[in-house]
Structures are given as C-alpha cells and as structure tokens.
Design a protein around this ligand. Structure first.
Ligand code: CP
Ligand code: NVA
Length: 309
C-alpha cells in the first residue's frame, strides 16, 4: 500500500502517471461523465488547520468518484483533546477507505500513516504541500510550459518552497528559489533535493535576490509570508520580506509568456500585488480548480495501488 506524504517518495514516472490520470479524469468531469472510480468509498478528512480549497476539492472530488468525504475538524474529534495520532489512526482507518490529513509537523502524518490500514494523503504540513504541487504542475502542463520550464519561487522558504524543490528534483526542471536571509529553505530538505537532482538533471539555484531569480523565468510563483501557525511572527515577517512583493515590475523581468501561480490564499499588497493577481498572466483560479482534478488523480492512483508494496 502506498501513501502520498511527500513527492520525494515518488518517481518521476509515477508523478507523470498520476498527472496523466488527473488530466483524463478532468476531461471526463468537464464532459459531465462522472466515472465511479471509487464507488461507496469513504475519505476521512482530518483538519488541524483551516482550509477552503483543500476541504472543498477533496470532499467534492471523492463525491464525484462515487464516494463520500467525512470532514473531521480536530476541534470536534478527540484528537484535539489529546487522543494520540496512533490511536486515532487505528480507529479511523478501520472505518474509512482513505484518509487525508492537514496538520502541523510532518512527523504527525508519518505517525498516522505508520498505523493506518488505508492510504494516507498529505493535505499540507508545516514542511510540505504535495497535492498543491500536483495541481500546479497540471496547470503548467495545460499552459504548455512544461518543456524548458524555469520556475522562480520568490518568498518564504516554507512548505510550498519545499514541495517545489521536490517536484523540480524529481521532474528535472530549473527551479530558482529566492528568500530573504533567515527565511531559507530547510537544509536537510534541500540537500535531499540536490541529491535527487543529480539523477533527474534538475537545476536548483538558491539565493537572496528576487530579481535575479525571476529573470526570464517561465513561471513566477510565491506564497504567503505568514503561514498557518506563524501568526505571532507576522509583524517581524512583514518587515523582513520588504522588497519581495511580486508586482508588475517584477513580472516584467520574467519571460514574455510567463505565468503567475499562487497556491492561495493570497495577501494582496504583501507577497503579490493586486495588479499581478488580476493580470492575464495570472492562472491562480485555474490552479485552484486543478486541486480538484489533480487530487482525484492521486486518490484513484492510490486506490489502484492498495495492494502494492
Ligand atoms: N492552497 C490551499 O491549500 O488552500 P486552503 O488552505 O484553502 O486549503
Ligand atoms: N504556506 C501556507 C500555505 C497555505 C495553503 C501555510 O502553510 O499556511
């Protein structure tokens, strides 16, 4: 049985296979063909943090596949009152067919997966956001930019930056990450990505100059400067990220056919300007919609690999 906890656990071929499946299911959905790939299956969705896109896309996705989603907020289940992950996992995974978790430390989702009888999907941890990257890459493929791809990530060295690192390292494209000093990506995650990049041929460039990163890039992307759980650091972060806004002047440095992506929610006037968000280059809402399609691909793929090692 396979879980979907980080892209680092997947091969290039597997990632592309899931994306191909996602594109196929998207096409069927657009044609109003709701193929029941997972009839009568239940997806448990555990949320220890807020969500708009992840909740709606997983709940709608499993329904469209013929199953049903159970929204389990940690405020309402015993997990929030201290029941261990290991017990929660052994109980819930005897009742549902698949589990998606949004939580804090990656070690918590790993703990859940260790005890789970069913596949577990990472719906965001402090370290990673792999399902978001599946949607982002699907959007890049649809825009026809997956050949000679150069991605510039400008902002915080957070879960999105780490997942971009993994995706680039696996698929072999060029990724330039620019963060302010003190907000760099995690060194262990970077080292692992650089190791994987040797096999794929990915070019990974880390720096502290957003303008250099964006120059001639075909995809420009960013994320909030204040992730969930960092609210206390907001004031300091807003100061430290000065000069990191992706605005029209920054986009001008990118390739003429460049697109702008953002996992959302976005904070206009901070990491991105209103003008860029609303520009023709911005594919943010296509990207958000692709959460639905990409995750259906992930769920169906995991369902098909239930009996695999
Ligand atoms: N991008 C994303 O995961 O959005 P939500 O926090 O709304 O789920
Ligand atoms: N980096 C953000 C992503 C939100 C979808 C966070 O973790 O809050």
């Amino acid at each position: 049985m396979r879980h979907f906890l980080t892209l680092a656990d997947y091969t290039k071929e597997e990632i592309l296979e899931i994306l191909e499946l996602a594109a196929k299911i998207k096409k069927e959905t657009k044609n109003k063909e709701f193929v029941k790939y997972m009839p009568n299956q239940t997806l448990g969705m555990i949320f220890e943090k807020s969500s708009t896109r992840t909740r709606v896309s997983f709940e709608t996705g499993i329904y469209q596949l013929g199953g049903i989603g159970l929204f389990l907020s940690s405020n309402d289940i015993q997990l929030g009152r201290g029941e261990p992950m290991s017990d929660t996992s052994r109980v819930i995974s005897r009742m549902v067919d698949m589990v998606m978790i949004r939580t804090f430390a990656q070690s918590k989702i790993e703990e859940f997966a260790k005890y789970s009888k069913v596949p577990v999907i990472n719906g965001l941890t402090t370290e990673y956001h792999p399902v978001q990257l599946m949607a982002d890459y699907l959007t890049i493929q649809e825009a026809g930019l997956d050949k000679d791809l150069v991605v510039a990530y400008v902002g915080d060295g957070n879960n999105m930056a780490h997942s971009w690192l993994n995706m680039a390292a696996k698929l072999g494209f060029e990724l330039r990450i620019s963060t302010p000093k003190g907000y760099e990506v995690d060194q262990t995650i970077l080292d692992k990505a650089l190791e994987m990049a040797k096999e794929s041929g990915a070019k990974i460039i880390i720096g502290n100059c957003p303008k250099d990163a964006v120059k001639n890039a075909t995809v420009v992307t960013t994320d909030t400067w204040v992730s969930m759980g960092q609210e206390d650091e907001k004031e300091q972060r807003l100061k430290d990220f000065d000069g990191y806004i992706v605005d029209s002047a920054m986009m001008q440095l990118a390739a003429s056919n460049a697109i702008f992506l953002h996992c959302l929610p976005a904070y206009r006037g901070y990491e991105v300007s209103d003008e860029v968000m609303e520009s023709e280059q911005s594919l943010i809402f296509e990207e958000a919609e692709n959460r639905l399609h990409a995750q259906k691909g992930v769920m169906v793929w995991l369902d098909r690999h239930r009996n695999a090692n």
